[in-house]
Design a protein around this ligand. Structure first.
Ligand code: MEV
Length: 310
């Protein structure tokens, strides 16, 4: 008997970084993510296929400590289990792989131990890992890996699902440069600390624009949403979290027919997300290909799912 769980990765549509400081952000689940399986075993083992690492609890190599903490948090004297985790997200791409791994691991371990966790409980358990990975995360990545779809998210509030009129196509392009979320969060906060009054005003503005972006997505106003993508890319650049490469990718996506394009997630490296004009998805995808793996995403995508294979 084997338990399986699949949790999606994510792209932040607008509001990354500002969300850490209390603003709303808009985030979407993507159809690439993390699968975890759990089978009965004499030992308590976590194997990460993507990292090529194994942990025999309570011992764990540093990179597996966050997932080990998730399993320990759920443990209440249960028998051993062998957990295998595999990701279909490019490593270091900033597409929510650590959060999806934590959510899939929590869901599959709980199921293997005969426990039913609510979505709120899953978020709480997975956040144990996310805090170890990123220091001061807003919780947006864990929320979207759990609930899926498109969420309007603000720390401390229940995430609000945004329903779409029909499928929405996005292009995601990896810059080929790994990002470091913790370092980028610090860089953004440093710039903010130098201009505190202007920063507070900008956080309020970003929050309003995220609310507007959610309305635009719900109403199918893709041109309006694209314009906000472009604006957010510039604002993030001012905070020092863009790069020449990300700027060049945004330029190429717009030139190939995107209504909007921006860095997504922490920045520094990682990915660009573009909103293609109708019929331009493939052209935008091709324009971004020279930097790294590039793919089309159709929203909405479901949140974490758990099932049993006999
Ligand atoms: C990372 O995916 C998004 C950031 O806003 C950090 C966070 O919200 O935890 C940069």
């Amino acid at each position: 008997m084997k338990w399986c769980a699949k949790a999606p990765g994510k792209v932040i549509l607008v509001g990354e970084h500002f969300v850490v400081h209390g603003a709303y952000a808009l985030v979407a689940a993507i159809d690439r993510g993390v699968t975890a399986t759990a089978e009965p075993s004499d030992e308590l083992v976590i194997e990460s296929e993507s990292l090529g690492l194994t942990a025999r609890l309570p011992d764990a190599p540093e990179q597996l400590r966050p997932l080990a903490a998730v399993v320990e948090r759920l443990r209440a004297g249960e028998s051993g289990v062998r957990i295998r985790v595999a990701s279909s997200l490019p490593p270091g791409s900033g597409l929510g792989s650590s959060a999806a791994s934590a959510v899939a691991t929590a869901a599959v371990t709980a199921a293997a131990w005969g426990r039913v966790l609510s979505r709120e409980e899953l978020v709480e358990v997975a956040m144990v890992a996310e805090r170890m990975v990123h220091g001061r995360p807003s919780g947006i990545d864990v929320a979207i890996a759990t609930y899926g779809g498109v969420l309007l998210f603000r720390p401390g509030e229940k995430p609000r699902p945004i329903s779409l009129q029909g499928p929405v196509e996005l292009v995601v392009g990896f810059s080929g440069v790994g990002r470091r979320t913790g370092e980028m969060i610090r860089r953004f906060a440093e710039r903010a600390a130098r201009n505190p009054a202007r920063f507070r005003a900008l956080v309020a503005a970003a929050s309003n624009l995220s609310l507007r972006a959610a309305e635009q997505l719900r109403d199918g106003d893709l041109e309006g949403l694209g314009a906000l993508f472009n604006f957010f890319h510039l604002a993030l650049g001012w905070f020092g979290v863009s790069s020449d490469r990300l700027d060049a990718m945004v330029e190429a996506a717009l030139d190939a027919g995107a209504l909007g394009a921006k860095l997504t997630g922490a920045g520094g490296g990682g990915c660009v997300v573009a909103l293609p004009a109708p019929g331009k998805g493939e052209a935008v995808r091709a324009a971004l290909e020279r930097w790294g793996p590039t793919f089309l995403v159709r929203l909405p995508v479901r949140g974490v799912e758990v099932w049993r294979e006999d």
